[in-house]
Design a protein around this ligand. Structure first.
Ligand SMILES: C[S@@+](CC[C@H](N)C(=O)[O-])C[C@H]1O[C@@H](n2cnc3c(N)ncnc32)[C@H](O)[C@@H]1O
Length: 200
């Protein structure tokens, strides 16, 4: 089998952003997030890792949250800052795994298209970093892919791989399949999920 290109590297994504090949880009805030934001939620500090165009930053801001995003591909950062205008300063140009967030912890981290962009070998680092950045009671929420993909990325989860990654530190409190609003590359794979960080 041919080696997959390494999607954990910045160059992989920069080539795609520069070529305008962004099939994951929904073009707007996912309805599942808008539904979530309509529920009574205490305003908190939010992080959007691997934010791409960053549409969601405005949605979190407009609902009272203190939101930051992080993205490591320069053309994506430039694009997100253009999309976000006055909120563009909320986008950090950096690597989610290496950036120094100082003492900051996030009551909410939002996932879409980031975990599934990483080869499975990086998933334990993802779970570790989420565990470190989210305090007990905080949540990792968003759109997670489940199923099979013959030509990854995206790299979808299975219930078993998700349990192995998260169950020690998180509890799945909501899981709803998404229908009718996926980009073709995510079609039939998306679930809205909320993982609550356990104490410890
Ligand atoms: C599939 S795209 C999803 C973008 C966006 N979340 C969305 O839903 O449209 C994955 C994005 O994650 C970024 N990315 C991948 N690894 C990253 C890392 N370690 N730190 C920051 N950004 C990263 C890529 O540059 C790319 O823009």
């Amino acid at each position: 089998m041919e080696d997959q290109p390494d999607s954990s590297k910045t160059v992989f994504w920069t080539q795609r952003w520069e070529a305008g090949r962004t099939p994951w880009d929904l073009g707007h805030v996912p309805s599942a997030l808008l539904t979530f934001l309509k529920r009574p939620t205490v305003a908190t500090r939010v992080l959007v890792p691997g934010c791409g165009s960053g549409y969601e930053v405005r949605a979190f801001h407009e609902t009272g949250h203190e939101v930051s995003a992080i993205e490591f591909s320069a053309p994506a950062v430039a694009h997100a800052r253009e999309v976000l205008g006055p909120l563009g300063g909320q986008v950090i140009h950096g690597n989610f795994f290496k950036h120094d967030f100082g003492d900051a912890r996030f009551g909410l981290i939002y996932e879409r298209g980031f975990l599934c962009s990483l080869p499975e070998t990086r998933w334990p680092d993802y779970a570790e970093r989420m565990t470190a950045l989210i305090p007990a009671g905080g949540r990792l929420v968003g759109l997670f892919l489940y199923g099979r993909e013959p030509e990854p990325p995206p790299y979808p989860l299975t219930p078993e791989t998700a349990a192995a990654l998260f169950d020690a530190r998180f509890r799945l409190v909501r899981d709803e399949p998404v229908t009718g609003e996926s980009v073709p590359v995510y079609e039939g794979l998306e679930h809205w999920q909320e993982w609550e960080r356990l104490p410890g």
